[in-house]
Design a protein around this ligand. Structure first.
Ligand SMILES: Cc1ncc(COP(=O)(O)O)c(C=O)c1O
Length: 479
């Protein structure tokens, strides 16, 4: 990256906020705390006085997210340049909103859209908003590593053949565990069939900065990519970017969708944090992300030395984002859920996610040798913890390409009833049932509820997984 490119070395939004604050105009405008003057002491503990002073919006210096002409426009252009997109949109409602904007700008009612089984619940909301009909695609699961893998190019080839009328694929890559799909091959297959590739790259904003990581969606030919800048880079929680390639996408529709779905009062601190995260990656992204990759390698080598713990650095047939380190704890007799609690409460280490068999740790650009050695120390001690592994965990296999019986939108607005889960088998599901993390619905609106899925929900609950709804009951419809 050419750091002498001075146009990239600035943070237009942050600079404009500073300018307005320095001007010293007396505020007769929102927000009600009036640049911190009325802020409660507890709020002042959270945000510095200068942060509160700059937390204003819509002043002439500050531009308008919905019709950017100056600093927001500049900041978005700089981000598009850095991430190799034609356009970028700053999003303050999370990647959830970026995904919905991708869908609302490209899909219409009754369009068929390929939705791999590992899609986040944001896609469910996008289906309700657009009225599109999902064709669910199977996602490989590794019974050896006990983690979900990703959708294969072969499945996409079969899906295109079976549903040549489909409009797009919403692909999640990399997945939560860092397992990336072959985005380049998949993009070629889709484009040859006249379909769009929309990538949920919530876990991939950093890929761009290290050649050892899977190719980023934009570089691999995606039409759009929704990135959680906040997840793996340095912007504040809730902030994301939507990257757009113009070839097959109507950028004006994307602009309209992103605007309609976002608040009309975007928080300036959040916008500035996106701008600054971009600047940070421009200044030192390559060094920082490469350093995180190297640290993750050291971590893996150390974990491999610990009896009863397992980790991996390759995944057959898939590329891996090394900064996601999965640790299988089954050898300790613990479930991942139990191990998470022990690490948190006995060793003050918090992982990103646990599942029945694993813990997932993120090594980001913010880590260093000290944080990683504390983790290694804790994992060494944790392996002695007592636990009784419940051995009956087996991932639910859903290998078929299946189209939803009804559009999730139709189901969402139809009459529904709530029944005890054991009475739901054979009925059509009227809600999405999601365990969090990872936030991936195990059941979606419009799907027929099978005995196997009910069993899986019960099992996950018994293992200690957290669900977003009360899974003793399910919302069903006869519509
Ligand atoms: C794969 C995936 N997509 C989308 C999202 C939603 O992102 P956000 O929380 O930024 O709305 C998440 C969040 O965990 C995710 O894991």
């Amino acid at each position: 990256m050419n750091k002498n490119n001075s146009s990239l070395s600035k943070a237009p939004i942050a600079d404009s906020m500073k300018k307005y604050s320095a001007d010293g105009a007396i505020a007769f405008h929102t927000p009600g705390h009036k640049q911190g003057l009325g802020a409660h002491e507890l709020l002042k503990e959270l945000v510095t006085a200068e942060g509160l002073r700059r937390e204003v919006s819509l002043m002439e210096e500050l531009d308008d997210l919905h019709s950017p002409q100056t600093c927001i426009k500049d900041a978005q252009e700089l981000a598009a340049k850095l991430w190799h997109a034609d356009e970028s949109f700053f999003i303050v409602n999370g990647t959830t909103c970026a995904i919905q904007a991708m869908m609302l700008s490209t899909l219409k009612p009754n369009d068929f859209v390929f939705v791999p089984r590992n899609s986040h619940r944001a896609v469910t909301a996008g289906l309700i908003l657009t009225g599109a009909i999902p064709i669910f695609l199977p996602v490989e699961f590794s019974s050896e590593l006990k983690i979900p893998l990703n959708v294969t190019a072969d499945i996409i080839r079969r899906a295109i053949k079976k549903f040549p009328q489909a409009r797009a694929l919403i692909l999640t890559s990399p997945n939560y565990y860092g397992v990336a799909a072959d985005v380049k091959k998949i993009s070629e297959l889709l484009h040859a069939a006249g379909m769009l590739l929309l990538v949920d790259e919530a876990h991939g904003a950093h890929l761009q900065f290290c050649e050892q990581l899977p190719t980023s969606a934009m570089d691999a030919g995606a039409d759009m990519a929704a990135q959680s800048t906040h997840k793996l880079l340095g912007s504040m929680t809730q902030t994301s970017m939507l990257m757009v390639r113009k070839n097959f996408v109507d950028v004006e529709r994307v602009r309209r969708a992103a605007s309609l779905l976002q608040t009309t009062s975007p928080n300036q601190l959040l916008l500035a944090s996106l701008d600054i995260a971009r600047l940070q990656m421009f200044e030192c992204g390559t060094e920082k992300i490469s350093a995180a990759v190297e640290l993750s390698k050291i971590l893996r080598e150390e974990i491999k030395k610990i009896p009863s713990l397992k980790t991996f650095d390759t995944v057959k047939n898939f590329e891996l984002d090394f900064t996601k380190v999965t640790v299988n704890v089954e050898g300790t007799g613990l479930t991942g859920f139990d191990a998470e609690k022990i690490l948190r409460h006995e060793f003050k280490i918090q992982c990103e996610l646990s599942d029945a068999a694993n813990l997932l740790f993120i090594i980001s650009y913010a880590d260093n040798e000290s944080t990683v050695s504390k983790l290694i120390e804790a994992l060494n001690l944790m392996r002695n913890a007592e636990g009784v592994m419940r051995k009956d965990f087996k991932n639910l296999a859903r290998n078929e390409i299946s189209v939803a019986l009804k559009s999730p939108r139709e189901i969402f607005f139809s009459e529904s009833e709530v029944v005890p889960i054991e009475k739901s088998v054979g009925r059509i599901c009227a809600e999405e049932v999601t365990f969090y993390p990872p936030g991936i619905p195990i059941l979606n609106l419009g799907e027929k509820i099978s005995a196997e899925v009910v069993d899986e929900i019960r099992k996950l609950k018994n293992f200690g997984a957290r669900s977003l709804t009360d899974t003793n009951f399910l919302k069903v419809t006869n519509a």
